[in-house]
Design a protein around this ligand. Sequence first.
Ligand code: B3K
Ligand code: ZN
Length: 879
Amino acid sequence: PEVKYLKDYRPPAYWIDNTELNFDLQETNTLVKSVLNIRRNNDLSDKTIPLVLDGKNLELLFVKIDKKHLDSDKYQINSENLTIYDVPESFSLEVTTKIQPQNNTSLEGLYKAGGIFCTQCEAEGFRKITYFPDRPDVMSKYSCTITADREKYPILLSNGNLINSGMTDQNRHWAQWEDPFKKPSYLFALVAGDLVYIEDFYKTKSGRSVTLRIYVEHMNIDKCGHAMQSLKKAMKWDEDVFGLEYDLDIYMIVAVNDFNMGAMENKGLNIFNSKYVLAKPETATDIDFWNIERVIAHEYFHNWTGNRVTLKNWFQLSLKEGLTVFRDQEFSSDMTSRPVKRISDVRSLRSFQFPEDAGPMAHPVRPESYIEMDNFYTMTVYEKGAEIIRMIHRILGKQGFRKGMNLYFKRHDGQAVTTEDFVKAMEDANQADLRQFRLWYSQAGTPEISVKRAYNHKNKTYSMTFTQKCPPSPGMSEKKAMHIPVAVGLLDKAGNDMPLQLAGQDKPEGTTILLNLYKTTQTFEFVNVYEPPVPSILRGFSAPVKLRAEYTSREQAFLLANDSDEFHRWDSGQRFFAGTMINMVQGKIKNHDPDVLGAIIEPFRKTLLSTELDKAFISHVLTLPSESELGILISETAPIDPELIHQVRRFITHAIAKALKNDFERIYQDNQEKGLYNIDAESIARRSLKNLALSYLGMLETPEIIKIACNQFNKAENMTDEIAALGVLSHIQCSEREKAIDDFYQKWKSDTLVLDKWFAIQAGSQIPGIIDKIKELLNHPDFSIKNPNKVRALVSSFCGMNPWQFHHISGNGYKFMTDRILELNAINPQIAARMAGIFNHWKKYEPSRQKLMKAELEKIINTPDISRHVYEIVSKALV
Ligand code: B3K
Ligand code: ZN
């Protein structure tokens, strides 16, 4: 397959000023007529370049230039393009094509699923709808007319404003939409279906009234309220924080069940995976509520960062995604709790992005090349991209960052630009120098920082020497030193923050300082340090790096108890717990050593019983590093043995549960729902602590605990409590487990999103041999391999939530996965490629598992008709 390179980027040879689309939606064939106003790009010296349009799986019916039929010797078609030679300097092109959305299982382009027609065009799906220069730097004004059966598809939507509508005959109706803003083809959208909506209004800061609508299937009309509230909060937040106002008169969101990812920011017409829209307390968990708020905001924020200012080419994806993730993270922090949000974001960065950056798919935040763009919607582009923006924010300060954003929009509104343009605007607005900082965009791999510290009793000085290095990554063995902002504080013996004064400063400046590393090795000296401090390094996770600070476990426990930076406090706790477990896995300490257990249990108990700490924070501290997280840490120095890790972690959680049984029981009782169910941050925190206590108690597997869990399960009036109790039961082999699983199914069998939870809980069950149950569930009437949510619920949860059984030494987990990947390869290559990524880290495992995984990779790559998507992932893994 062809590799595309950033260095080969050329501006388009033709511009499309207007795009007029006409869809005739039918049950078997859909006709798409497009009329394009085309103009040669006169900036290019060569005036003879033919017009090359992208198109895939299209049946071409007619081509007309300036209303005249074009003879077939004037153009050429192959499986990827329509090429027309000798075109005038400016002209109108009419193309009519035939497609079959009802057979389109890739869920890309125009597809029909669950009786609804909808589109997904990003990144390169528009070419499955009609011939077009399907690249983000060709921006055009769209109008779109949709004709369809009135009974089956009463709702017809596209981007922008409704201009006109009517009937063509008794049974068919039409609607014409027009989007006044120029946009790239990836932001085009169309929806036709039997939907209903809720409506609300938002008054913008300049006083315009915007109509807000959320369209769903009839039975879900009672689950839209939270999404609507989230949208209004996001609109207000973007005005308050960035001065950004919505620009059309209507904003529409449509929820569909069959969707490859979370949601899509099409101009004025967002299409969402229903998972990120639908919620009521009975069906959605607290986490679901938060995720909905976050994703609704994310797609809304794209209206400025992505749509008004878009991408010059797909290599710049992080320009919109990194920035928009940063914006949604800030929004969520303001809506909930900043430290808790930071903790969960860093947890996921380390669990998914760090391994990606250390594996065969490692790529810079601005990639240099790709085979299939869909494979580059990665944690690196999104989450590491957001970390880059966060560092800029930290370096320039809140005001400076805002000035940079203002300049960015002033310069580039209505344009297709690059990450370079963004950084330049930040620099120019602040007279800052980010030259070295730009390496964050071009160098892959997670930098590692080690710290040497020394206290000088005589001079009362304290020095910290930082050394940075960045490991090699595919295609780049040598890395340059980067500009890394490291936030540091110093704690005295009593656990208080010391005032910080660097040598050369005439007075102390605060208790957290931002040290900017530029060189491979760099020393900072603090003066007037009255006693040997314990340093708190990388406060707030000020840079996406691996810190090798070589803390003693005593220091870690001290920081866990005292650090004023909550992120670092949590981080110290995690390192402390992880360190002990890893030592056990590696046989450096004995499991049953009572001192070792005591050393873990005491700080654990203190945190659990703290009355001063926020309950959400406590739950995070007491959620021990998962088996996967432990595996990642171990893999930095030794091969992973999932069996050993499982045993140690299970042993430790069991020991904690046993030692603190009474405390957990009390916490469980004290945090029961008082009064009415609420989704404010405090109630959510209370539920999470209560359910954490229940899950520890569940480790004891006693009849008494089973009873408590059953009781919670049966009485629960909200999904958070119901699913937490089911989760606890799902790991215990008992008749109550089977009954609860059946009852849950009977209760929720008509709610497809709740059933996803039912599949996922079973896939994550720690009961040995669960894979047989999962195979059985593949044939369950409510499972469908064509529905990505179902695949994620049953198949991905098994690999992600159940690493111990997935990596079973029999290799059965691996074979199961390969079968699914090959099955999906023919149905939905995007999802198949995502699944294939689970074998990326095969080299990090002990030799027998390595061998087994390698064999699976080889089997996949040797299968005929493997998609480009899967090929790219698997071939890179095998290098
Ligand atoms: N921009 C979309 C992602 C599109 C993925 C295409 N394979 C959602 C988002 O990031 O907001
Ligand atoms: Zn996005």
